[in-house]
Design a protein around this ligand. Structure first.
Ligand code: NAD
Length: 464
């Protein structure tokens, strides 16, 4: 059946009404423009005004964004799930609360001072200007709000080109951020976007002289495109995080933690456990613990049938079947004729199974038995594909913990906790939804969106 864009929008609005969240307004949203040219002109004007704002004023705006995000966390979560058809409302609420509470603001900016015989030199973290940000479908509003807080804290303006499949959700967040900024006395259109983002609007944004820095959050395609732009770029790319469980681990806790992490928002987060390597002598106990914690075990030909649903064989190479990304585990099981609604599906597979090597972003976790830490590390490093994104381990053996961390070289490495501890949920440290492995900024925050400026005073202001 052919279906046009207007019909798709009508269906989405209908669904949103049915699930009882605020319908997306048909009147123009704040900061959302019909064309990229208009968006760019508006944000440039806003940035020029914003340059005269104090740090205190920046913080007032950020506080208002935090407040509105908390008030609208449930609404944002429902809109995201209904538009994209991916993820879980309850988990998306937690993601928005994390963004509101744990994304650093201006306190993240630290000037450096050097004094000596010659006087004093000050290095300050200055804004880039207008930043162009490309956002994913998997965390649409989370990324818009998180990046807005960090980029504004650093004194920048932002233009977003959101994922086309999540544009309503992302633009709802752009509107929310603008309303909060205005309410706190900030300029109009400091954060902008386009009504219908496309590859053309993305290219226009990347090439515009108004845009001084680019930030891409998504898969390998977008990171590569940005790094070829000739501009300063931050690339936050794909992952395929392995988790190892050895025979010194608290196996009960490991099973519960892995189910919690791998099922979080139906495995959409790039940091979530996506394949498990378990020591043979604890694997049965681990599986029992996972079953007690909300997982469902499938076996034999059920695994083959699930493979045919979740992945597509393209000339001998498996790629994800996009229509199944982020769906509930119960929906997969229904296709297998099983009536159950667990948080996660688990299955035992060999190391070379496509479930192990593919970043599926579905609540399906393959478990591979290993006989030693050497074997586990070697398989985990291979499954991570050199993304150097995230990896996790459950162990009390310091040697195992250290050797795995050294071998896999990931930006995030979580020990004895669910993967989301790595972005501040139940773990120390701030939250971000833009984890920049390829370009090295790590877990981005306000300081990632600054340029250093040195100011030198000779023979003065040196007081000892
Ligand atoms: P995606 O790569 O399909 O899309 C991301 C964004 O890039 C979208 O806005 C899309 O329109 C745009 N895009 C894609 N190819 C492009 C190109 N060649 N030029 C310009 N723009 C392009 O990603 P997705 O499916 O929405 O999200 C899932 C992927 O993102 C996973 O691989 C996941 O690991 C990764 N991700 C990484 C992080 C991180 O912080 N490192 C965070 C979230 C998601």
């Amino acid at each position: 059946m052919d279906i046009n864009e207007a019909q798709i929008s009508a269906i989405v609005e209908n669904v949103i009404k049915k699930i009882n969240c605020t319908p997306i307004s048909t009147e123009r949203q704040m900061g959302v423009f019909p064309t990229m040219a208009e968006a760019l002109a508006a944000v440039e004007k806003a940035y020029q005004q914003y340059r005269s704002y104090s740090i205190e004023q920046r913080e007032k705006m950020i506080a208002a964004i935090r407040k509105r995000t908390l008030e609208e966390a449930e609404n944002l979560a429902k809109i995201g799930v209904s538009e994209t058809g991916m993820g879980r409302v309850s988990d998306k609420i937690i993601k928005h609360q994390l963004v509101a509470n744990k994304t650093p603001g201006t306190e993240d900016l630290h000037p450096i001072v050097k004094t000596g015989d010659c006087g004093m030199t000050l290095v300050e973290m200055a804004p880039f200007g207008v930043i162009g940000s490309i956002t994913p479908s998997t965390n649409p509003s989370e990324t818009v709000i998180c990046n807005s807080i960090g980029m504004i804290a650093a004194g920048n303006g932002v233009v977003f080109n959101p994922h086309p499949n999540a544009k309503l959700t992302a633009n709802y967040a752009v509107d929310l951020v603008n309303r909060a900024i205005l309410e706190a006395g900030g300029p109009e259109n400091l954060v902008v976007s386009v009504e219908k983002p496309t590859m053309d609007s993305s290219n226009e944004m990347m090439k515009s002289p108004i845009v001084r820095m680019l930030v891409a959050t998504g898969g390998p395609g977008v990171v590569k495109a940005l790094l070829s732009s000739g501009k300063k770029a931050i690339g936050a790319g794909a992952g395929n995080p392995p988790v190892i469980v050895d025979d010194t681990a608290d196996v009960e806790k490991a099973g519960a933690d892995i189910v919690a992490g791998a099922s979080f928002d139906n495995n959409l987060p790039c940091i979530a456990e996506k394949e498990c390597f378990a020591f043979d002598n604890i694997a049965d106990r681990l599986i029992q613990s996972m079953l007690k914690s909300g997982a469902y075990l499938i076996q034999g030909e059920q695994i083959d049938r699930l493979l045919d649903i979740a992945l597509i064989n393209k000339d001998g190479k498996y790629v994800i079947n996009k229509k199944w990304v982020g769906k509930d585990a119960g929906k997969f099981l229904k296709e297998l004729g099983i009536d159950a609604d667990p948080r996660l599906i688990i299955c035992e597979t060999p190391e070379n199974h496509p479930f192990v090597s593919t970043e599926m972003m579905m609540p399906i976790l393959p478990i591979v038995r290993v006989s030693s830490i050497d074997e586990a590390i070697q398989m985990a490093v291979k499954a991570e594909h050199g993304n150097r994104h995230s990896a996790h381990i459950h162990s009390k053996n310091i040697d195992h913990l250290t050797r795995f961390a050294r071998a896999i070289e990931t930006t995030i490495f979580v020990k004895n906790a669910p993967s989301y501890a790595g972005i501040g949920a139940g773990g120390e440290g701030h939250t971000t939804f833009t984890i920049a492995g390829p370009t090295g900024e790590g877990l981005t925050s306000a300081r990632s969106f600054t340029r250093q400026r040195r100011c030198v005073m000779v023979d003065g202001l040196h007081i000892i």
